[in-house]
Design a protein around this ligand. Structure first.
Ligand SMILES: [Zn+2]
Length: 384
C-alpha cells in the first residue's frame, strides 16, 4: 500500500556495483573551502585533513596500474567526482533563506575570506572563502551519491565512507542551534548538516528507516536540533522514520554544552538518545555505554540504513577532546553497526591532524574502514 513516503525512485544498478564492498567518496573541490587563516593551525578544520586521509587510504588500498584487471576485486574503491547536491536536498533540513545567505556571502573568485555568522553571534569558527559554496554542495552531494549507491538493489557496495569537508553535525535548521542551553553557540566549522541532508534524502527518495550514530567527541547539536524540528511537525499517525544516537564528551565548559539524556517522559526520548561521557572515558567504558544505552534501541528500531557521523576527535591522541578512545574502538563500533544493518553511509565530521605523519585521524579512518569491511575481531567480541 502506498504511503506518503512510498519509494519514488527506481533503485537502479550503480555503475560501481560488483566491484567492491566499500566506496570512499571525496571531491577535490572540497579542498577549496579554506576557512580562515586563524583557524588553520594544528587543531583547525583545514583541507589538509581530508588530503591526509585520502593519501593514507590510497596507500592501504592501491588502485591497480596498467591494463590488466587485478586477480581479485579491490575491497575499497574510490569515487572522487560525485555530483553537487541539489538545493532541494538541502532545503528539506535547512531554511531556504539560510542556504541563500551561504551562497550570497561566499566571496567571488579571488576575494577574501569573510566571517559567516547567521543568527546569533558566536565564536568565529565559520568563514566563507571563494570555494566554500562549491565545497558545501560537493560534500552533501557525496552523501546523496553514497546513498544512491548503497541502496541500489543489486549493488554489492553496501557501505560508503564520505571523506568530505566542511563537516556538518553542529549545523541546525538555520545554522545556529540554541537548543536548551543559553550558551552562545557557534557552528563549529559547519554550514550544512550533511548527515541530515542524507537522512532526509534517503527517507524521501527511498522510503527508508534511518538510524544516525554520531561518535564525534562533540555533541551533534545541529543534528538534534533538526531532529526536534522534524519531530515536532511530523504527523502523529505516521511512524517517525529517524533515530539519532550520539556519544560525546559532556563536561563543564566543553563545546557545545548540550547533549544531556532525554527523560523517558520527553517527546524526544524515543528518537533522540544522548549518551554523555565524562572526561577521560576509556575504551572499555565507551563500549559498555554503547552496549547498555544504544545497541538494543538500534536493533529494535530496525533501520534499513545506518548513517554515521564519524568524528575521530574522540581519539585519545586528538588534542581537541578528552576522551580516551583508541583506533580499535572505531573498528569495533563500525563492525557493530555492520552486523545490525549492512547498508551504511558514514560521513566525516571532526578529527584533527597532529604533528606526526601518521596521525590518529588517518589511522582511525583506516580502522573505521576495516570495521565497515567487517574485518578484525571475531563475532564473540563484537558485543552484540
Ligand atoms: Zn568534534
Amino acid at each position: 500500500m502506498a504511503t506518503p513516503h512510498s519509494a519514488k525512485r527506481q533503485r537502479t544498478t550503480s555503475p560501481l556495483a560488483h566491484q567492491s564492498r566499500v566506496l570512499v567518496l571525496s571531491h577535490p573541490n572540497t579542498h577549496h573551502h579554506t576557512g580562515h587563516t586563524s583557524s588553520r593551525d594544528s587543531s583547525g578544520e583545514k583541507p589538509e585533513r581530508t588530503m591526509a586521509i585520502l593519501t593514507y587510504l590510497a596507500k592501504l588500498y592501491p588502485v591497480s596500474h596498467g591494463l590488466l584487471q587485478p586477480p581479485t576485486p579491490p575491497q575499497v574503491v574510490f569515487d572522487s567526482n560525485p555530483p553537487r547536491a541539489q538545493l532541494r536536498d538541502l532545503w528539506r533540513v535547512h531554511d531556504v533563506e539560510y542556504i541563500g545567505r551561504i551562497i550570497d556571502q561566499t566571496p567571488k573568485c579571488g576575494g577574501r575570506s569573510r566571517h559567516f555568522s547567521p543568527g546569533r553571534a558566536g565564536v568565529k569558527t565559520t568563514f566563507l572563502s571563494p570555494g566554500s559554496t562549491e565545497a558545501i554542495l560537493r560534500a552533501a552531494g557525496a552523501v546523496t551519491t553514497a546513498i544512491d549507491t548503497v541502496l541500489a538493489s543489486d549493488s554489492n557496495i553496501t557501505t560508503a565512507f564520505c571523506v568530505v569537508r566542511p563537516p556538518g553535525h553542529h549545523c541546525g535548521w538555520s545554522g545556529v542551534e540554541p537548543l536548551d542551553t543559553d550558551i552562545d553557540l557557534a557552528q563549529g566549522f559547519c554550514y550544512v548538516n550533511n548527515v541530515m541532508v542524507g537522512a532526509a534524502y534517503a527517507v524521501h527518495e527511498y522510503d527508508t528507516r534511518v538510524a544516525i550514530l554520531d561518535f564525534d567527541v562533540h555533541h551533534g547539536n545541529g543534528t538534534e536540533g533538526i531532529m526536534r524540528r522534524l519531530l515536532s511537525t511530523h504527523p502523529p499517525e505516521i511512524p517517525f522514520p529517524l533515530l539519532f544516537i550520539s556519544t560525546h564528551q559532556y563536561s563543564p565548559g566543553f563545546y557545545p554544552g548540550t547533549g544531556s539524556p532525554h527523560p523517558s517522559s520527553s517527546p524526544y526520548s524515543r528518537h533522540i538518545i544522548n549518551i554523555p561521557l565524562a572526561r577521560g572515558t576509556s575504551s572499555a567504558e565507551f563500549r559498555k555505554a554503547l552496549k547498555e544505552q544504544a545497541l538494543t534501541a538500534l536493533r529494535d528500531f530496525a533501520p534499513t540504513l545506518i548513517l554515521i557521523s564519524a568524528g575521530f576527535d574522540s581519539h585519545a591522541e586528538d588534542h581537541v577532546g578528552d576522551l580516551d578512545l583508541v583506533d580499535e574502538d572505531f573498528q569495533w563500533i563500525s563492525m557493530v553497526c555492520k552486523r545490525i544493518q549492512k547498508k551504511i553511509v558514514s560521513v566525516l565530521e571532526g578529527g584533527y591532524l597532529g604533528d606526526t605523519s601518521e596521525s590518529c585521524l588517518v589511522r582511525s579512518c583506516a580502522a573505521h574502514i576495516k570495521g565497515l569491511l567487517d574485518e578484525g575481531e571475531d563475532s564473540s567480541k563484537v558485543g552484540s
